[in-house]
Design a protein around this ligand. Structure first.
Ligand code: GDD
Ligand code: MG
Length: 361
């Protein structure tokens, strides 16, 4: 089977992290987001992944080379010269997707994290006569997603698909994970066009769109607050699976992931809901909760970080306090500085406290 991952958006809502890496290569739980997806696709027998790309192609291409061999899966790029939206890239990759077998193929948004129940999706797709299956999940605030309207007794057949509805039409939302028959490609023109606004509504009105409620957790991690919530849900699912990846020990509270190459000092309190990447050095007496500490970060003595993302190779000085922040790559926060609420672009030095929610220039 084949899969196409839409990796082309600019990821502006995940600034400042996406100022350093394209969104699919931003680490989530110590691994680029897209790798979580590629590994799960491989598990269900996908042999070829096509990355639909229009942004920073060089970075993605060198990443691919490394992982094709490591994972034993074919990874190809389909490169747009201008953004084609969420459907146009499928038309562009048509020849790469269709191999005459008639088999359905997966399509994934690159920023959705879940347990990827792809085997269940394949089974459900085979059970109906529709053309396309989308996974859906229930949320409290559906207005920032695509919403599916369906009758409980319709066997999963979707009546209507409404992208980012202004008025409430339902709470089952598009999880950005699809299994499509090749015939769906006949509905898509090679131009900038949207699955959600143009293609799905038409398939639904032809009564050929089906939806399956996704088992387990789900989150679109394309915004910092959602990224951190997604990390909590992910760590919780590791806990439920009794995963040996979770850290244990006197200084650990709740669900914590620590890369084997990270160094943790004496007397730290780490957790709950923390991920610490490779090469990090966490000095003694540091407190970390509900945060992501990416590759190569140094956190010095007695500093504390909560509800924040600390970008690659940044340093946090002694007794500094960081709360509710998204900090880009290579930032240096000085000793005793207290920052709460805001965003710091890559390679800045924060020498004094900032206690109002703001983006550092
Ligand atoms: N190749 C390519 N070209 N990819 C694109 C382009 C483009 O022009 N524009 C967006 N993408 C990719 C993004 O990288 C992402 O993987 C996916 O398409 C969806 O774009 P987002 O910008 O993340 O959309 P969203 O989060 O507002 O909404 C989408 O996801 C929700 C679930 O997370 C929609 O599919 C909603 O219906 C859905 O509920
Ligand atoms: Mg998104």
């Amino acid at each position: 089977m084949k899969a196409l991952i839409l990796v082309g958006g600019f990821g502006t809502r995940l600034h400042p992290l996406t100022l350093s890496f394209p969104k699919p290569l931003v680490d989530f739980a110590n691994k680029p987001i897209v790798l979580h997806q590629i590994e799960a696709l491989k598990e269900v027998g996908v042999t070829e992944v096509i990355l639909a790309i229009n942004y920073q192609p060089e970075v993605m291409i060198s990443f691919l080379k490394e992982y094709e061999d490591k994972l034993g899966i074919k990874i190809r790029c389909s490169q747009e010269t201008e953004p084609l939206g969420t459907a146009g890239p499928l038309a562009l990759a048509r020849d790469k997707l269709v191999d005459g077998s008639g088999e359905p193929f997966f399509v994934l948004n690159c920023d959705v994290i879940s347990e990827y129940p792809f085997a269940e999706l394949i089974q459900f797709h085979k059970s109906h006569d529709g053309e396309a299956t989308i996974m859906v999940t229930k949320v409290d605030e559906p207005s920032k997603y695509g919403v599916v309207v369906m009758d409980e007794d319709s066997g999963g057949r979707v009546d209507r698909f409404v992208e980012k509805p202004k008025v409430f039409v339902g709470n089952k939302i598009n999880a950005g994970i699809y299994l499509l028959n090749p015939s769906v490609l006949d509905r898509i023109e090679l131009r900038q066009t949207s699955m959600e606004k143009e293609v799905f509504p038409k398939i639904a009105s032809d009564k050929l769109l089906y939806a399956m409620v996704l088992p387990g957790f789900w989150m679109d991690i394309g915004q910092p607050e959602d990224y951190i919530t997604g990390q909590c849900l992910y760590l919780d699912s590791l806990r439920k699976k009794a995963s040996t990846k979770l850290a244990a020990g006197r200084h650990i509270v709740g669900n914590v992931l620590i890369h084997e190459n990270a160094v943790i000092g004496e007397g730290c309190i780490i957790g709950p809901d923390v991920a610490i990447g490779p090469g990090c050095v966490i000095d003694s007496g540091v407190k970390l909760s509900r945060c992501t500490v990416m590759r190569g970060v140094l956190i010095q003595e007695q500093a504390s970080v909560s509800s924040s993302i600390i970008g690659w190779h940044s340093t946090v000085g002694q007794r500094a306090q960081i709360e509710n922040m998204t900090i880009g790559e290579g930032v240096h926060v000085y000793d005793k500085v207290h920052i709460n609420g805001g965003v710091v672009p890559p390679h800045r030095e924060i020498k004094s406290s900032i206690l109002t929610h703001e983006t550092v220039k």
